[in-house]
Design a protein around this ligand. Sequence first.
Ligand SMILES: Cc1ncc(COP(=O)(O)O)c(C=O)c1O
Length: 447
Amino acid sequence: MSVLNPAVDQTICAPLPVLGRDVVVPLANGGEVAYAALDYAASAPALQRVWDDVAGYAPYYGSVHRGAGYLSQLSTDLFEQSRATVAEFLGCRPGDQLVFTRSTTDSLNLLAAVLPPGTRVFVFETEHHAALLPWRGAEVTYLDAPRTPGEAVGTLERALADRTPYGPALVCVTGASNVTGELWPVRELAAAAHAHGARIVLDAAQLAPHRPVDIGELDVDYVAFSGHKLYAPFGAGVLAGRADWLRAAEPYLAGGGASKQVARRADGGLDVEWHTTAARHEAGSPNVIGAYAIASACRALTEAGFGPLVAREQALVCRVLSALARIPQVKVLSLFGERAERVGVVSFVVDGWDSSHFAAALSARYGIGVRDGLFCAHPLVRTLLGAEPDSAGECGASESEPGERSLSAVRVSFGVGTPDEHVERFLGAVAALVGDGPGPLLAEGGR
Ligand SMILES: Cc1ncc(COP(=O)(O)O)c(C=O)c1O
């Protein structure tokens, strides 16, 4: 059974309970409607189960690794048990380390900070900025956007074969695109990396909420993901993988918790002995609630079973893609084409509409929350939109006039808590807005 394509368990489960199901939002016409959260790829709602677990623990909250009291002991145990639960969820190998961070961005910046000197980094231009930008001290090769998963593997193999065959190298790749939702051939890319003596880090920010991620099975060296996209929005993320680079490098943050012993030297300076465990990169008071929330989400997803969760999500993905395909004015963005496998993330543009106006209309008229812009993946979105490389993006103000081609896109994304009604409301709203055109919205005063 493929990890990225679990033999489809045809049992489709009900949506898992999440917070915010009953939140009512105002509409531009003075009415109200239950909010449809369709921006899971940015931040997913908390699972009710995660919230209940966190609320159950909150009265017992205490300091971690720095207190003799009962609640400090309990909180320390909970933090370390959470590490073990998440490591099991990720299929970590014996000897792997799992560091709690703030987010995927933080995790990849941590990995960038511990690269051995002289490491060459290989990264596709299609990556999220969190994976594209942290490698500041390293020599980076940016790989062109591939148009098939096979081309991705070929491009990487050629680039690795061209490098001087000594010195450390790291490949950074996403498991599922935050723009197209398309799955990347992680196992094949890992095999190519290893065949050329390179390591590989999987950016699982969009993959982990939708598919099982098993470090050993995928044979990747590191995995990074964020709690807030995995239904656990309490400010924590994860970097897991091979311990040697993490142990050898200077601590990511210097401070209490990372240091084992600190003593004055005779010459007046300081002698510092750093931990060699994950604590080395977790200086400061750990975010025990964030770590516990991630562990709770891992347990909830495992118990619900990825088979039925994936089957349900795939049914929603098919419904969205087939309905949008019937609207000629809508163009869905895709790197790998119609046959690509996707998680619940779909970006599109609408003829004649500026994407920001379209997203604003979905909110103001239908109570639907989506995202518009370039999704912190500017090179990829510009490639997909066919825009000039130096054209302005969401950071550079690019509102097009009605009728002009939009230089940004609309993204709808969903997950384990999404009821069918939200998807149906969204599809009805797209059809209605396309039918009306942007004129009425502009007459209402734009956004
Ligand atoms: C594929 C991918 N990688 C990395 C990130 C960064 O995640 P965070 O903002 O939680 O650090 C995101 C966020 O959207 C993402 O989609």
